[in-house]
Write a new protein. Structure first.
Length: 276
């Protein structure tokens, strides 16, 4: 039995390495405070485009100025808080598609943020297209909901913590002379290694979503979805601004094949959608 646990320990070491590497993507998942620690603050202050100035402009209802400053901040690196505030500014300015785009980007970085999700749902409610998604099996929907409770970095932290607890349980099992402690250490070790495996998988899923960016938002007031990547293609249906789509094929120059939650597919001009 000890050999089995040692084998599990060896097999688990690569997962810990993955968990640590999953947190090493500052351009995609770091908070604004973390980026400032790397020098963003100095750069932003040098150009007088501070978040405080943007927040002040937003409070004064000078949304055009706030948008300009928030956009300038994002050139120095992505941050969920800035995307969220930029989405609010666009929403107040009546630019629904850009508001949804930035809410989606913020939610991609902080999937468990209730404020971002609430504002996104408010903005979505104002879109024209109402697409009925094909429902997932209940346990698949539950797992997806669980994964979205935190970010890749959050799940990586859970993975590392559970792996450390697994090590402690392993020591308790090997070195304790009490039968009860050995049993508890063995059971706890199995539980913690299972949690470590699951949370590593969840971190990988969140990181893949953050890196792949395979979804987009329709930006023009309306676009015609066609059967082929050509203006002469058959008109299939029309989509309106703010509609979220998945990119199926990005290989055709000037065109993208998209799909909707209800299974509909078609081609749209690449300029008509913006990647989240």
């Amino acid at each position: 039995m000890k050999k089995i646990l040692f084998i599990l320990l060896v097999l688990s070491l690569p997962m810990v390495c993955f968990s640590q590497s999953s947190t090493g993507n500052p351009a995609k998942g770091d908070s604004l405070q973390q980026m400032e620690a790397r020098g963003l603050s100095a750069n932003v202050q040098a150009t007088d485009t501070t978040k405080a100035a943007a927040d002040s402009a937003y409070i004064k209802e000078d949304y055009a100025e706030a948008i300009q400053i928030y956009e300038a901040l994002l050139k120095h690196g992505e941050a969920a808080e800035v995307y969220y505030n930029l989405g609010n500014s666009y929403y107040k300015s009546g630019e629904l598609a850009k508001a949804i785009l930035n809410y989606e980007r913020a939610l991609l970085m902080q999937p468990g943020n209730a404020d971002i999700r609430a504002n996104l749902e408010i903005a979505r409610a104002k879109t024209v297209d109402k697409v009925e998604a094909v429902p997932d099996i209940f346990f698949v929907a539950w797992i997806k909901s669980l994964i979205d409770t935190t970010s890749a970095d959050g799940w990586a932290t859970w993975a590392i913590a559970s792996f450390i607890l697994f090590i402690l349980s392993l020591f308790a099992y090997i070195f304790s002379k009490q039968v009860l402690v050995k049993k508890l250490g063995f059971i706890a070790g199995l539980v913690f290694i299972a949690i470590s495996v699951c949370t590593n998988l969840f971190a990988a899923q969140q990181k893949d979503q953050l890196v792949s960016r395979s979804e987009a938002i329709v930006m023009p007031p309306s676009i015609t979805v066609r059967s082929t990547p050509s203006e002469s293609g058959t008109e299939l249906f029309i989509l309106h601004e703010g509609r979220k789509v998945s990119i199926k094929d990005n290989s055709m120059k000037g065109w993208k094949e998209i799909s909707l939650e209800d299974g509909k597919v078609g081609w749209v001009p690449a300029s008509s959608v913006e990647i989240i």
